[in-house]
Write a protein that binds this ligand. Structure first.
Ligand SMILES: Nc1ncnc2c1ncn2[C@@H]1O[C@H](COP(=O)(O)OP(=O)(O)O)[C@@H](O)[C@H]1O
Ligand SMILES: [Mg+2]
Length: 385
């Protein structure tokens, strides 16, 4: 024979577990939980407060009994009974005049009240509160029962946040994959086009010149043949520089061999001298190598930033600076050009977006500070790990 009290408890637990299964979203589940708990424990008022993970404050999220306007109010963690419960991850039962030195800012005429932490893996997610205005005080037995109900509601929160995290992650991963594949294809297309329109055309041109030299030599026109041969030599010299530059742009071997700072400096010097502006480089990274992926990201960022300086800034000077601070590395590219207006986003221009995406994906921060008329400062801050 099950005692009357236990039967009621079992029924309440069964009802709650059924409701939790049926309710589809967390709001509904917590609303049901507090309503059922208040009902099963003869409470006049009840509320669920959830911890805001960013601010650490407790927000009254669901209330049963008290006025509507309480919903949405926040309490600093540590304040009042619920605040104490959230901070210590321990339940509290009080009755009558509350003169407990543990709690600050508590209405002393509070009647019987229960406050129970909702937690998962030792982390407090929220607090469930029940208050009886009159009648019997909450006993240890009530606390036990209320704790069972609270634990069930905690599982619902845990499950919902796990789902949300999984969904976010999945969406992020598929966006990433798409972007990565897209970027890779675009890069290959660009390389193929460069080889086709540049080197291949030029090689064909040289082939024709040599063909002509041969027929000149057959006819004994040596001087003309020598002249054309010299031309071809110049062409080859240009080609060698072109291919070197091209390789440097695709993936400079020195990035792997001697590291980020010297490679970046060489790139800056090359870009500056090719485009008639002054380049200034400084680095306090020292001789230690960074993680390869970080070196690559920073190199690509500097490369695109310099391309922008050349293409858009009309600058006469450009500064590239590498710094290590705490456990972060900071790249800054500053030009003294025209600056621009970031509020108008150009369609079909992805350089900035790609830089930002790369940096943020690696857990860093990306800032662009255009100062119209006075140039642009671009900074990328990456954690070294
Ligand atoms: N250093 C800079 N100085 C002036 N304008 C810049 C600079 N960097 C970027 N911009 C502006 O921002 C726009 C977007 O840059 P980006 O996303 O790299 O696209 P794209 O270089 O293909 O135009 C550029 O078109 C240009 O107007
Ligand atoms: Mg660009």
């Amino acid at each position: 024979v099950v005692a009357e009290g236990s039967r009621r408890e079992l029924e309440a637990i069964a009802r709650l577990s059924r409701s939790l299964l049926e309710a589809t979203d967390l709001g509904e589940q917590l609303g049901l939980s507090i309503r059922l708990a208040a009902d099963a424990l003869d409470a006049d008022r009840g509320s669920i407060m959830l911890v805001d993970l960013e601010s650490g404050e407790l927000e009254i999220t669901y209330a049963e009994g008290p006025p509507e306007e309480m919903v949405g109010q926040t309490v600093p963690r540590g304040d009042g009974i619920a605040g104490w419960v959230a901070l210590h991850n321990e339940p509290v039962v009080v009755h009558g005049e509350v003169e407990d030195p543990r709690f600050e800012g508590v209405n002393p005429s509070l009647k019987s009240a229960l406050s129970i932490p909702m937690f998962s893996n030792g982390i407090v997610l929220g607090v469930l509160n029940l208050v009886r205005e009159s009648g019997e005080r909450f006993e240890e037995e009530d606390l036990r029962f209320a704790t069972s109900l609270t634990d069930m509601a905690s599982v619902a929160i845990e499950k919902a946040s796990l789902y949300a995290r999984l969904r976010d992650r999945e969406a992020r991963m598929s966006r990433l994959l798409e972007a990565a594949i897209g970027a890779q294809e675009q890069e290959r297309r660009r390389i193929a086009a460069e080889i086709h329109d540049g080197f291949l055309q030029d090689l064909s041109g040289m082939f024709l010149k040599i063909e002509r030299t041969r027929s000149l030599l057959q006819r004994g026109q040596v001087d003309e043949a020598i002249e054309i041969t010299e031309g071809v030599q110049n062409d080859i010299r240009d080609q060698v520089k072109g291919i070197r530059d091209f390789i440097f742009e695709v993936r400079p071997p020195s990035l792997d061999q001697i590291g980020l700072a010297p490679t970046m400096e060489a790139m800056l010097n090359r870009v500056a001298s090719d485009n008639g502006l002054k380049g200034y480089f400084s680095s306090d990274l020292g001789p230690d190598r960074l993680v390869e992926s970080i070196e690559t990201i920073l190199y690509r960022t500097a490369q695109e930033a310099l391309r922008n300086v050349i293409k858009h800034a009309g600058a006469t000077e450009v500064y590239v600076k590498l710094d290590r601070k705490d456990s972060r590395v900071i790249l800054e590219i500053e030009d003294n050009g025209v600056g621009f207006d970031t509020s108008t986003k150009k369609k079909g221009h992805f350089g900035m977006d790609t830089m930002r995406e790369r940096i943020e994906l690696a857990g860093g921060d990306f800032h662009v500070m255009p100062r119209p008329g006075r140039g642009t400062i671009l900074s990328a801050i990456l954690p070294l790990e």
